[in-house]
Design a protein around this ligand. Structure first.
Ligand code: FEO
Ligand code: CA
Ligand code: CA
Ligand code: CA
Length: 673
């Protein structure tokens, strides 16, 4: 595979990390315009704690790697793969980076890819065969939604059946519908977009373990749309800030919006983060809270405010936006149980949530607020996990996220003052590292923020956090605890404002951080404690740049990687990272990368796949024991239009019922050829 490298951004991505279309539709230009966090918190604070340093394996890493590898050009760490192959459950030779012009799903030699389910495929009984030319809201409500992001595949005991759970973040109207000026058709397209977002639970089956999954319609099949009832839980539920003219109870909300990453809980439910919910609301009245969340008085791209007063924010609906921006929990095994929005976990632009069971049995959830200069959070449940497998235990565990304590992170670096110069050069102590504190926002059901009630803290969480001086981070995305070491991996995708609006600090050390970084965090008082140590694992980017760092691993042996977004782990404890933004930074299609964390291989980044043109890699799920990886391919061909599509993924010219001569966001399975 000798695809020539092209490290220049394409014209369509020249302004930043993402395409301009992605910025507008996905986050309401939050990644381009002035960031929402205008608070004056310092980004660096001195706390006289001991520093735990873990750099001892670095020398071994370099020596070990040089012994086994033939240094390749930047085109990929070819030649180094053989050493890993013998010990890996999922051996592969890294692919060469794929230029942005390529509209193909690229997987390693010896592997193939198959779509498991595509936008428009039937989910519920009665769903018509997908026909993009004649799409209706009624059809879409029964079909797989658009722009899948978080995904999990949960097999049943037999291994031959199971459920696939996916969320649907937003819509690309210009790709989905033929252009029209007919008001009736525009109104129908607006309604279709309401049905294309939310979540899907899809029953799946396969012929044998390790063979491709396919969707079937079954009793657990389910769609959650922008008209589905969800239940608000926790201390803010029922309170004045959540009541509206449509829901005086303040406990039942229609729909979930902007769902991004997520996590699967040890009790088998799926969590999903409501992220850029603000861009769906027209908000005539400005307050400090609306400003901090990016709510504004401007027409929305979905036009829902024209027909649905909930999205206009007047006449008793002023609180409607307060009912979005939460962690959603859905039980894929029980289609009758409403999905829940957990106010105890705070309201912000939730990337996602990943939970683990702490040493004391309480559940700990890690969460990022994905905006430039926003914060990293942790939730600790009041009650303990019930490890039983019966219905009683499940019922109990499904309440764990309704009550608990909420914390926000403050990072402190240990390097001498003045050594963080923004260049990415390591400080004299050899590491970007330090300690940190989890600062409480709520404890024991009470607000810890002077002047704010617990309801206010949980609904206006960004305003509450601003008051306790947390560290402004470079867009915290997925935050996930390692299944065996317990260390927590924080993906920070980028921040064009670092060094200007947001001062440099040791945890966010690069000016205008274009390529993002990954922090490794170690809880030093147990999972539910309030102290941690941290260090930077990766400073992403073109490895030939001196501003990059790969845990000390030889740079000439790693795949280029930029804008880390979602993370996952395989059964051997390797970290897998999917990216969102490489077209704009490296001129490369986004991809999925394996990163070794232990021993001589620590820091070795190997690209496993690349998604098609303009797409972002989401999911991912690593079922390496079955030699299978799943990714959600989001917004393929995003810079195209109905009449000038830039991607034909995944149908690629196939014709006949249910196919489409344009891109379809899809969940893809990669397995041995
Ligand atoms: Fe939806 Fe933070 O990416
Ligand atoms: Ca340091
Ligand atoms: Ca994301
Ligand atoms: Ca993303």
């Amino acid at each position: 595979m000798s695809v020539p490298l092209q490290l220049l951004p394409s014209a369509s991505h020249a302004r930043g990390k993402r395409s301009l279309v992605t910025c507008r539709l996905k986050c309401g230009d939050a990644c381009l315009g002035p960031e929402c966090n205008q608070s004056a918190n310092p980004t660096f604070r001195s706390i006289a704690d001991a520093v735990l340093s873990r750099r001892s394996a670095l020398g071994l890493g370099v020596a070990g790697a040089l012994a086994i590898a033939v240094a390749p050009a930047l085109g990929g760490p070819r030649g180094a793969a053989a050493a890993a192959a013998g010990s890996s459950t999922m051996p592969f030779e890294p692919i060469a980076p794929v230029p942005v012009s390529v509209d193909a799903m690229t997987v390693p030699t010896g592997y193939r890819w198959v779509p498991v389910i595509r936008w428009g495929d039937p989910v519920l009984p009665g769903a018509p065969v997908f026909d993009a030319e004649a799409q209706t809201a009624e059809a879409q409500a029964r079909q797989f939604g658009y722009n899948n992001d978080y995904t999990d595949v949960i097999p049943d005991a037999s291994g031959l059946t199971g459920v696939l759970v996916a969320n649907h973040e937003y819509c690309n109207e210009q790709l989905m519908f033929p252009p029209t000026t007919d008001p009736d058709r525009l109104a129908e397209q607006s309604r279709i977009m309401k049905m294309a977002q939310g979540m899907s639970v899809v029953e799946v089956e396969r012929d044998a373990v390790g063979s491709p999954w396919r969707p079937v319609i079954g009793p657990r099949s389910r769609r959650v749309t922008v008209e589905t009832e969800l239940e608000l839980t926790g201390p803010a539920a029922g309170g004045a800030l959540l009541r509206t003219a449509s829901d005086p109870s303040g406990r039942v909300v229609l729909g979930t919006l902007g769902n991004c990453a997520g996590g699967t809980t040890p009790w088998g439910t799926v969590l999903s983060g409501e992220e850029n919910f603000n861009s769906y609301f027209r908000t005539p009245t400005a307050t400090p809270a609306t400003a901090r969340y990016g709510l504004a008085d401007r027409p929305t791209s979905t036009r829902w405010e024209l027909e649905d007063p909930r999205f206009l924010g007047t006449d008793g609906h002023e609180n409607e936006p307060n009912r979005f921006g939460y962690i959603v929990e859905i039980d894929p095994q029980d289609p009758t149980a409403p999905a829940m929005k957990h106010t105890a976990m705070g309201r912000f632009k939730h990337e996602g949530a990943n939970v683990r069971i702490g040493e004391d049995g309480r559940v700990v959830a890690y969460m990022g607020d994905d905006e430039r200069g926003d914060y990293l959070y942790k939730f600790v449940s009041k009650h303990r996990f019930n490890p039983g497998s019966g219905p009683g235990a499940r019922k109990q565990n499904k309440k764990l996220l309704t009550e608990g304590d909420l914390f926000v992170a403050r990072f402190t670096g240990d390097s001498p003052a003045g050594e963080i110069d923004g260049s990415g050069a390591l400080p004299s102590d050899g590491a970007f590292d330090g300690v940190g504190q989890w600062v409480p926002l709520t404890l024991g059901g009470r607000s810890m923020v002077p002047g704010m009630t617990i309801e206010e803290v949980l609904v206006h969480t960004r305003l509450a956090a601003d008051r306790v001086n947390p560290t402004k981070m470079d867009r915290p995305e997925d935050v996930e605890p390692h299944p065996t070491t317990g260390r927590v991996y924080v993906a920070l995708t980028n921040n064009s404002n670092r060094g200007t609006r947001h001062a440099l600090d040791e945890a966010n050390p690069r000016t205008a951080n274009r390529d993002g970084h990954v922090i490794e965090l170690t809880e030093t008082q147990g999972a539910s404690g309030t102290a941690f140590a941290w260090s930077i694992l990766l400073l992403c980017g073109d490895p030939s740049s001196p501003a990059t760092y790969f845990a000390g691993y030889p740079k000439e042996l790693v795949s280029p990687i930029s804008c880390p977004d979602n993370v996952a782990f395989d059964s051997e404890g390797n970290l897998w990272i999917s990216t969102d933004g490489q077209p704009g930074t490296l001129g490369l299609n986004d991809g999925l990368f394996k990163v070794a964390l232990e021993g001589a291989e620590r820091g070795r980044v190997e690209q496993f796949l690349a998604v098609p043109r303009d797409a972002e890699t989401c999911g991912p799920i690593i079922h390496d024991r079955e030699r299978t990886v799943f990714v959600a391919v989001q917004h393929p061909g995003e810079d195209g239009t109905w009449g000038a599509q830039r991607s034909l993924f995944p149908d690629y010219g196939a014709t006949g019922p249910g196919t489409f001569a344009g891109p379809r966001p899809s969940v893809v399975q990669v397995l041995p050829a």
